[in-house]
Design a protein around this ligand. Structure first.
Ligand code: HAM
Length: 433
């Protein structure tokens, strides 16, 4: 047993996993660039009030899962690690006067989030989200664009079979009436409510609908649904979202009990699951509209919508679907030599190749040529550059490890030869033939 392990609920990303992550990040970057989103980076921690006020005091994320930081200094601010990106991004929108920029302001961020949750498969205390926010457009067309962007991410990541759940959760005009009716329903079933849910009933009845407690499943199945209570404007907005999604040919399932776990949502709400999965912790992403959040965090009333995709869960789902991991890059060439001790020459030549922009490694071990070449082959290198007696005449030997051929090449044209070879072959990646 090692003396130290990564904290419970966190996981190291070893190189193969990190490469798989990098592939997802590259897809996210490319997609958001195509759709006109600009990257933003906010701190990993904020004043706790940004989350308490933004996400709502009576949410799992704030009540139970917020990582509060006890700072050593006495600055009078209480901080928490970010459990999600939206509140911090909206805080930045208000702080930097982005209301004066052309609207909507379309922002994206990918990075780690922190929730002090009970760790289990797919539920971590540190996890990664790919997040997208469009602030300043009331929709409904942009709602559909955002949903379509999320769905395209799964498709490009290779997760073909996902299910989109869609709902509208109304606004401040129609939701209060619905919440009253929902509370009355739960009060009629008070005996069946677990203790924690009973305590929440008076403060935030809506939270009971997305309770993770298994005892609530049956009760919630009989609860009144918001879509029977939408006001005219919300109903019209929801119809608009569906019409735009239909026009894009995007399939979705209406899920009238989908309320999402954060208080800032209004109107459009959606979640994405790998096909066939059901439980809450398998959601590979979710999002929705938050027309009150900018004002809540001190800005002018401004509508907004966005989504967050859990990259750890996307990788798990890809694994479960049997999609092979992205191969790690291998060196184009490894510089080796007949003299086991000639590390100076190997390092010098590899340094030149790398300065020229090639992916090259020197074997820096003091070991026999055969072992050096074995190492190069194990790395998936296409070529071994063999330094030997020919160096006195300015030559090296270039061994094509994949073809098994070898020829003598002047050192001064080595870069050109390797570049030509790497352009004409699709040079090897680890695990490929
Ligand atoms: P969320 O539904 O709380 O929404 O999280 C989005 C996604 O992050 C989830 O669907 C899941 O894939 C992943 N996720 C959440 N918690 C964990 C965890 N403990 N371990 C692993 N993955 C997790 C939000 O965070 C909103 N900010 C989304 C949004 C953006 N809405 C509007 N704009």
């Amino acid at each position: 047993m090692p003396a130290f392990r990564a904290p419970r609920g966190t996981h190291d990303l070893l190189p193969a996993d990190r490469a798989a992550f990098a592939r997802l990040e590259a897809i996210a970057d490319d997609l958001t660039d195509r759709y006109g989103y600009r990257q933003i980076e906010t701190p990993l921690f904020e004043q706790a009030a940004v989350f308490e006020r933004g996400l709502g005091e009576v949410t799992d994320v704030v009540e139970k899962e917020l990582f509060r930081i006890a700072p050593r200094s006495d600055e009078g601010e209480i901080w928490a690690l970010r459990p999600e990106p939206t509140a911090g991004i909206v805080r930045a929108y208000v702080q930097h006067g982005m209301q004066t920029w052309p609207q909507p302001v379309k922002l994206t961020m990918t990075g780690p989030m922190f929730r002090y949750d009970r760790p289990q498969a797919g539920r971590y205390r540190q996890f990664w989200q790919f997040d997208v926010e469009a602030i300043g457009d009331p929709g409904p067309a942009i709602d559909a664009e955002i949903v379509e962007l999320a769905m395209r991410f799964y498709a490009e990541a290779g997760l073909g079979e996902v299910e989109l759940l869609l709902n509208s959760i109304g606004d401040e005009a129609c939701r209060p009436g619905y919440v009253d009716e929902l509370a009355a329903y739960y009060r009629r079933h008070l005996d069946e409510l677990p203790q924690t849910e009973r305590a929440r009933l008076e403060r935030s009845p809506l939270r009971l609908l997305d309770s993770k407690d298994p005892a609530m499943v049956e009760l919630n199945a009989g609860a009144p649904v918001i879509t029977d209570h939408l006001c005219g404007l919300c109903a019209e907005h929801f119809a608009g979202v569906r019409a735009h999604l239909d026009a894009l040919g995007l399939a979705y399932r209406l899920e009238p009990r989908l309320v999402r776990g954060l208080d800032y949502y209004t109107r459009t709400a959606f979640e994405v699951y790998p096909a066939g999965a059901g439980g809450q912790q398998s959601a590979v992403g979710g999002g929705g509209r938050y027309d009150g959040l900018v004002q809540l965090l001190g800005g002018r009333p401004t509508p907004g919508i966005g989504f967050g995709i859990g990259l750890d869960r996307v990788l798990l789902a890809l694994d479960q679907a049997g999609v092979p991991k992205a191969p790690e890059p291998s060196p184009l060439a490894v510089v080796v030599s007949a003299d086991p001790a000639a590390t100076v020459e190997r390092l010098r030549i590899a340094t030149v190749l790398r300065a020229e922009g090639l992916r090259a490694r020197a074997d820096l071990g003091v070991r026999k040529l055969g072992r050096q070449i074995e190492g190069a082959a194990r790395d998936g290198a296409h070529f071994a550059v063999i330094v030997g007696d020919e160096l006195a005449a300015g030559d090296v030997r270039l061994k094509d490890l994949q073809a098994g051929t070898q020829r003598t090449v002047p050192l001064e044209s080595l870069t050109r030869e390797l570049r030509r070879a790497s352009a004409s072959h699709r040079h090897g990646e680890k695990g490929r033939g």
